[in-house]
Design a protein around this ligand. Structure first.
Ligand SMILES: [Zn+2]
Length: 127
């Protein structure tokens, strides 16, 4: 996966998991649980399963996980509910939809978000 796709995935999964449908939430929880289990030794897993920490033993292939991520990302982008908060100077994605700075080092606290024809963009105030 290229760096931009990685960055988009990170952005959507850290800011937009609230847009998941119930079946998506369920699969996402299963994947997260699977991720935790596979880092542990089997004995530890079975102790935690007995304590009810792990509720299932569903396994995923890397491809199933990738496919799930891609399908969710495409669906929410398609829904139009994702705002890609890009630096108005260089286009780098900020960490959150409301952030006013990005890793590029630019900050745009003197900008306001303007929406025209359904498209949001940052405009420098006083212009
Ligand atoms: Zn920038």
């Amino acid at each position: 996966m290229d760096e931009l796709a990685d960055e988009i995935r990170r952005y959507i999964f850290s800011n937009y998991t609230n847009l998941m449908t119930l079946p998506e939430q369920k699969t996402y929880r299963s994947i997260q649980e699977y991720d935790r289990r596979k880092e542990m030794d089997p004995q530890q897993v079975s102790i935690l399963a007995d304590k009810g920490v792990f509720k299932e033993d569903r396994n995923f292939t890397q491809k199933e996980i990738e496919d799930f991520y891609d399908a969710f990302i495409l669906r929410v982008i398609d829904s139009g509910e994702v705002f890609f908060n890009e630096c108005p100077y260089c286009g780098q994605l900020a960490r959150t939809p409301k952030g006013r700075q990005a890793k590029c080092g630019h900050a745009w606290r003197d900008h306001e978000l303007v929406e025209e024809d359904g498209i949001k963009r940052w405009v420098k105030m006083g212009n």
